[in-house]
Design a protein around this ligand. Structure first.
Ligand SMILES: C[S@@+](CC[C@H](N)C(=O)[O-])C[C@H]1O[C@@H](n2cnc3c(N)ncnc32)[C@H](O)[C@@H]1O
Length: 344
């Protein structure tokens, strides 16, 4: 399916589960709570959140970020009815601390503890996947780009993460290609795929998604091709996208800083689609929810770490069978939720 950016749609994943977490009893008692949506997309989650609060007579405020200018533009239109409550910025979410001083709030002296609710819905939107020109998808032919910010917003970042997928596949050495496909794509055929890419580009530069998908397809042993559940290019495309957009680096930086900017009793909800992301979220939540991080063999605590949060999802929440049927892209989603504790 090829669409253009103006009419691409996106179905929000685990919508009711996210809303019921962010609309906690504590948050419903606040006169005008603040929310951070770091991956605004088309604002599906955030718009419904603002509507539901409005139905309770509460004007909630939203700080919405997206590094994709097309997504931000669509979100701005979708949130028009709430424009006075919304502060939307074209930014990567890891840089949220640089952005929030631009918000005019009555807490403007200190943004620590500002947010009563925080949402990350990681990965890509259908707006990105279904528009061939964005170069994210092997289903349709387009220029190999895959930069979420389309290459325009990241100038402050140093290479290699400013490069497009085209630069990456045409210039990267064998070891790095193999490592990226192995680590981010978890593809057992990473070595064969990396070799095939290197061989192919010696005769002709790899310019388009279809060209890359065909190279990967032929690199797969025929037996594997016949039995694979997905197209052989699925994992490699995901790996390249994650690498060039520094998706794990973004998440790690965000997790290091977000708790300080979350209000007491505030909720942090994160939906991930990749095992490495989910592991990172799980480990950080566990760290926040643990009183002492000393090795168990130490006779007494020397770390002075404090328990700062409570995990609300012992196991991640997964989409129901019905949701997966209606929206197959939701099937690998995992939602984890944590609540910041008020000091005793
Ligand atoms: C799955 S979509 C979000 C959909 C949204 N929750 C909705 O319901 O419409 C993910 C969005 O996050 C954005 N994104 C991914 N990584 C980002 C990052 N590091 N910083 C800012 N935006 C990011 C993508 O551009 C995409 O628009």
């Amino acid at each position: 399916m090829t669409t253009n950016a103006d009419n691409a749609t996106h179905v929000s994943v685990l919508l009711e589960e996210v809303l019921s977490a962010l609309m906690s009893e504590e948050n419903k008692k606040i006169k005008s709570p603040w929310f951070l949506d770091g991956t605004l997309g088309l604002a599906g989650h955030s718009k419904t959140l603002l509507e539901r609060f409005q139905a309770l007579g509460i004007d909630a405020n939203l700080c919405g970020l997206d590094r994709d200018p097309q997504a931000l533009s669509r979100a701005t239109t979708n949130l028009e009815a709430f424009s006075k409550q919304c502060h939307l910025f074209p930014s990567d979410y890891a840089s949220f601390e640089d952005i929030i001083p631009q918000i005019n709030t009555d807490k403007s002296n200190s943004f620590k503890g500002l947010f009563n609710g925080v949402l990350l819905d990681l990965g890509v939107s259908s707006l990105q996947l279904d528009v061939a020109e964005r170069g994210f998808s092997y289903h349709q032919d387009g220029p190999l780009n895959m930069r979420m910010d389309m290459g325009s917003l990241l100038q402050k970042e140093a290479p290699p993460h400013t490069e497009s997928a085209k630069t990456f596949v045409n210039r990267t050495d064998f070891d790095t290609l193999k490592k990226v496909i192995e680590e981010f794509g978890e593809d057992p055929q990473a070595g064969r795929i990396a070799r095939a890419i290197i061989d192919a580009r010696q005769t002709k530069s790899i310019e388009n998604t279809k060209q890359l998908a065909d190279i990967i397809y032929l690199a797969y042993p025929p037996k594997w091709r016949a039995t694979a559940r997905n197209h052989p290019a699925t994992r490699t495309f995901q790996a390249i996208r994650m690498y060039i957009n520094d998706e794990l680096g973004q998440l790690s930086k965000f997790l290091d800083n977000i708790l300080a900017h979350t209000a007491d009793n505030g909720i942090i909800a994160i939906i991930s689609f990749h095992s490495l992301e989910d592991r990172m979220v799980k480990q950080k939540f566990k760290e926040w929810a643990t009183a002492c991080l000393c090795p168990p063999q130490l006779p007494r605590c020397v770390c002075h770490h404090k328990k700062e949060a409570q995990i609300l999802t012992k196991k991640p929440t997964l989409p129901s069978k019905d949701e997966c049927l209606i929206n197959p892209r939701s099937s690998s989603a995992k939602l984890r939720i944590v609540q910041k504790l008020a000091p005793q």
